[in-house]
Ligand binder design. Sequence first.
Ligand code: MN
Length: 251
Amino acid sequence: MIDLHCHLDLYSDPAQITATCKDRGIYVLSVTTTPSAWEGTARLAHGADRISTAVGLHPQLARARHAELEIFDRLLPLTRYVGEVGLDGAPEFQPHWDIQLAVFNHVLKACSNAGGRILSIHSRRATAAVLGRLQAYRDAGIPVLHWFSGSRRDLECAIDLGCWFSVGPAMLRSRNGRFLAALMPRDRVLTESDGPFAQDKGTPLMPWHVDRAVHILGELWSVSAAQAQQTIRRNLRALTMLVPDLRSAPR
Ligand code: MN
């Protein structure tokens, strides 16, 4: 199983969830919402070679934490993965739009200077703006749009830009989410939980709940769940080949 967007550090018992992921052999991209959370979160995954920890600065925290871009720059050489980053256009975050943009631009520029990264990107109510930034920084690496919720036209633009997608059970619960997922290129789709933020009936989704997304993708693709899982596994391998491994601490 593959969970390409999970906030391991934010579960009520991160060590236990991480241990379960290790036992089950789940590939996890453990994203962070602030650069200062990276070291502790990476430590959680110590010795788990299927868990990678991304350095991020969540757009909803851009205003409060922009000073941590210094830490971001210091950590970037240590990891091949960046996230959660992006833009959030919801009304409560609109007042911080300029600082969100400044942070996201900084991140993309740094990634581009560093030779490219795999980026897990938030684009709620801001798809067009996110795509505009990605267009401006084509060398930032491989963007993976997590929980895509734009229009069909935005999706077409994202596909043209070379974006990948991570989809989870929460997104696939809605008819529109399934509609969009069905239009995504099958060789650029990965699964995610987005736990513990994403929930099911008031309970946080766990990394192993990606199996629900695999099942639905199988239905959308008219293949068995096992075949869908194989495709997703192949996609992960292809994705990691697109961005060079780092000589030091490739996590
Ligand atoms: Mn998230």
